[in-house]
Each structure stands twice: as C-alpha cells, then as structure tokens.
Design a protein around this ligand. Sequence first.
Ligand SMILES: [Zn+2]
Length: 330
Amino acid sequence: MNSNKRLTLLIAALATLSVACLCLLLALLAFLGLRPLSLQKLLPPSTMTCDEELANLLAGSEQSTLPHNELSTEYTLVTYAVDGDSISVYDMPPVPDEMDPYQQDTARHRELWDFVTRLVPLDYRRQVVFFVITTDGTYGTLGAVEQTDNPETWSLYVDILDAESFPDLAATLIHEIGHLLTLNTTQVVTDWEVFNEPWNEEAYARADAACDTYFVFEGCSYPDSYLNQFFERYWQAIYPEWQEINQEEDEEILENLLDEFYGRYPDQFVSDYAATSPQEDIAESFLYFVLAPAPAGETIAEEKILFFYEFPELTALRDTMRASLCSSLP
Ligand SMILES: [Zn+2]
C-alpha cells in the first residue's frame, strides 16, 4: 500500500472498536529476551509428534513474523450472527475501497469460523453470538472478545490479515477462549452500573470497593471462580504495586511501567503481556497450559500453568483442543 492510499484510509477512518480486551501482538512480542520460559527452537515438520508440533506452534506465535503495517483505525468488515456452528451475515458496513477485497472474501471468513468451531467445543463458545471480521492492518490486534449489550453474550473479533499467520491465529484464539472461560456470567456477577457506564470511574470505584473478591470490568468474581482463585494465589502480594501503576492514564507511560513491572518479576509470568493485569495473566497462562507440555512447577509462572490441571473439566478441554489442533495443523 502506498503512503497516499494509506493517508486516504486514515482520513476515511470511521469506525473504531471499543473492546474490553485488546490482545496486542506488539505487547506479546516485546521483551522476548526476558521470557521466563525458554523458547523452543523451531523444529522441521514431518518429524514431530503432536506434543512437539504444539510446542512449536507456541514458539512460532512468540516469534511472529507478521510484517509491521498497522493502520491507525480498526475496520469492522463483516459481522456474522452465530448459531451453533453456523454463521450468517448480520452487518456489512461501508468501508473504503481498499478494504473491499477483505470484506468480500466470505470464503476466508468461513474458513476462519470453521477453524474456531474445530478448535473450541460448542459448550465453550455458546456465549459467542457474533463473529466479527476486522482489520487494523498487519500486526496490532489479531483478536479480542467483548460482551455484547447483553453481558451474557459475547462477540469474537478476528483480524483477517493477522490471521494469515497460523501460529498467531491459534495462540490468540486460545487466549481469547481463556477470557471467555474466566469472565463469563457463571464466573463473575455483572455490575449493571459499570456495565452500562463503562466510562464512569466513580461507579467502577464503588463496585470495586463493594466486591470482596477480585473485581474486573465484567463484574465481581465469585469466590470459587477460576479468576478469583488464580488472583488470591498469585496476585495478592504484587497487586498493590500493580494497582498504583494502573492509575496511569497515559497509554505509552502505562505500557512502559507495565514492562518495568514485568521486568521486576520475570519468573512470575509466562509472558510480558501476562503482567498487564490478572485477567490477561490467566488468559496467557491458559494459552501456555493448552500448548506447552506440563512444566515442573519450579517458578510461579510454571505454577500458574499447573493451576489449570487442578480442574478436570479444563484438562478435558485441553485434550480436545490439542487433538483438534494436531489434526488441523497446516
Ligand atoms: Zn486478552
């Protein structure tokens, strides 16, 4: 894309997405050198077992080769309504001409949805009622989940350009499933004022103070929810420090402070992105739980991966996702 076209795109930018969870590849990839878990070397295909293929997939997502060609706007290309395994076009907003080929590529959209249906058992995606094809160029945000105007149902977003990288697509989808597992209404109690007025800081502070367990935008976590158990076990000691950092309103400064926070506790997190919040930490740890071999538990980061093995339903989900991935690896 030449710079004039890009400028036109930027000027023509109309839609922006407000997503509760932005999973930034950029953040996922920064400071790779500080990772507590050693990166596996990429092995040649054909000689690998399923376990090796999946460890390789995780390593591939950590070493993403997507080119940096981000737009300043994220375009919504097509919104599909989801019904079980099926999708149908719900909305196709006007987009700049440059975006037309991506908006019209319904075969690719369906291919991506089919991959979601193969990867994630229906019981773990029943709350997904919209599948949204987006793009913000390559790099940037590959995927996200966000509650719809009903907190019991969710939209799943996938960037059609970033999805060209299979390891990135698979890893991001597993991370997003980690959010669905831990933030749905069987896990947290919605605070309606916060939900209806996400910009209302006073409402958030009131709801947070009234919640005896870990509070997140999606609600007050149940005492025995995955997220609250994870928080109580691994975050109590560092939470005051994180809370102070999280007061920072300038995004760039916040990102730097969070990087420094990660740098102080590199053996506590599976990735730098995990250190951005307890809810991102549990989603990242879930990703490593699914794709990495069971660790020895020598660090807190490894203990966080072992956390999920305590729940038989999650080890069953892990087995299903791994089998599905191994049969659909390109
Ligand atoms: Zn996330």
